[in-house]
Design a protein around this ligand. Structure first.
Ligand SMILES: NC(=O)c1ccc[n+]([C@@H]2O[C@H](COP(=O)([O-])OP(=O)(O)OC[C@H]3O[C@@H](n4cnc5c(N)ncnc54)[C@H](O)[C@@H]3O)[C@@H](O)[C@H]2O)c1
Length: 351
């Protein structure tokens, strides 16, 4: 395969980010896009990252008829992922689908069956795993510098979701809620750093502030705290606030029996600090992408994710991260939503 011919389903913010990143890769061309919202297609075309003869269609079925695709990136609203994946699988293309892979348990069950029988690359858009600084944190854990992770934490304090066509993202039924839609990224990172699957989740959360946005009426949690227990005895807390853009946005920490690691705004600074428990070592470590890559979507995370996708296609390997990892991130989100609705009652994560 000379060039991997990629199509995009969903030409909104994330679809355009993928087009920008794929255009930087030698081995890939973005040759078509599907979106029922013409304004999104126009913005994608105006971005200048598509091939000159790219086709623009109102639906994925039309795109699959109009262009010969090797691969598809799905960047449509969360509740449409499953049907778009099914259509893409019928066409036999390699698939990278954005997170959350699906937004409910029935979708996870159906997708588990579909993915099990699919022999093409299937990757999920948890791009945080591809960010160099997060990989450096995982390497530090692998080197044994922290010992066994015991306590982990993550805080994301940010402003409201950006305005979207139809404002689907403000709607619980279309996304699974804030813990599924947004926090699946951090539930996934914490699972990766903890080194074991989550087993139990408790949450306290509410919609207290954001009741009117962009002329729409959100019905999703805007602040909350989640407690997660892992199979190896590690514990994590996650705090989210959707109405606080001031100050640092993201803080991550891991405390093991041999040391402690903290990172403030890793997407901005590409750095973390490490202390050994005996006080002998205190280091600041930086693992930054080149500046031009850092300026692309999610500080380069999407660029590295897309590069990994194209490489997996060329090597005939499954995508990373794949369905099992993405499923856990959604299961924790769904459990947190359920626990918050039930006064913080513990919810077990199914095996
Ligand atoms: N990995 C990340 O960090 C990250 C960041 C932002 C968004 N996302 C995910 O990417 C997806 C898209 O988010 P976004 O921010 O780009 O939203 P968006 O609303 O900006 O874009 C979604 C686009 O999909 C289009 N669409 C609707 N129905 C469609 C259909 N049937 N077929 C094709 N396109 C259709 C919409 O018209 C819109 O243009 C979501 O799943 C979201 O969770 C991931």
């Amino acid at each position: 395969m000379d060039q991997v011919r990629v199509g995009i389903a969903g030409a909104g913010g994330m679809g355009r980010s993928h087009a920008q990143c794929l255009a930087r890769l030698d081995g890939a061309s973005v040759v078509g896009a599907a979106d029922p919202y013409a304004a999104s297609l126009e913005k994608l075309k105006a971005g200048g990252h598509m091939t000159n003869d790219a086709v623009y269609c109102a639906s994925l079925n039309e795109l699959l008829q109009a262009a010969s695709l090797d691969a598809l990136i799905i960047a449509a609203p969360d509740d449409l992922h499953l049907e778009l994946i099914e259509t893409a699988m019928q066409a036999g293309v390699h698939i990278l689908c954005e997170k959350p892979i699906v937004h409910n348990r029935s979708g996870l069950d159906r997708l588990a069956r579909l993915v099990a029988g699919y022999d093409k690359t299937f990757q999920v858009g948890l791009e945080s795993r591809h960010l160099p600084v997060h990989k450096a944190i995982r390497r530090t854990l692998d080197d044994g510098a922290l010992g066994q992770p015991r306590l982990l934490w993550c805080k994301e304090f940010r402003g409201p979701f950006l305005e979207k066509p139809g404002n689907w993202i403000l709607n619980q039924a279309r996304t699974g809620g804030t813990f599924v839609e947004k926090m699946c990224h951090y539930f996934d990172l914490l699972t990766w750093f903890a080194g074991a699957r989550p087993v139990k989740v408790m949450a306290s959360a509410a919609q207290d502030v954001l009741f009117d946005l962009y002329g729409a009426t959100p019905d999703i949690i805007d602040n909350g705290i989640v407690l997660i227990e892992y199979g190896n005895g590690a514990r994590a807390t996650v705090m989210v606030c959707m109405f606080m853009p001031a100050g640092p946005s993201l803080e991550l920490g891991i405390l093991g029996d041999k040391g402690r690691l903290e990172s403030v705004d890793p997407f901005v600074h590409s750095a973390f600090e490490f202390w050994s428990v005996d006080g002998q070592t205190h280091e600041s470590r930086t693992e930054a992408p080149p500046d031009d890559v850092h300026r692309t979507s999610h500080a380069g995370g999407v660029f590295y994710e897309d590069a990994a996708f194209i490489e997996a296609i060329r090597n005939g390997t499954p995508g990373y991260p794949g369905f099992a990892i993405a499923r856990d991130s959604v299961l924790v989100g769904l459990a947190a939503e359920e626990s918050a609705r039930n006064g913080g009652a513990a919810v077990r994560i199914e095996p």
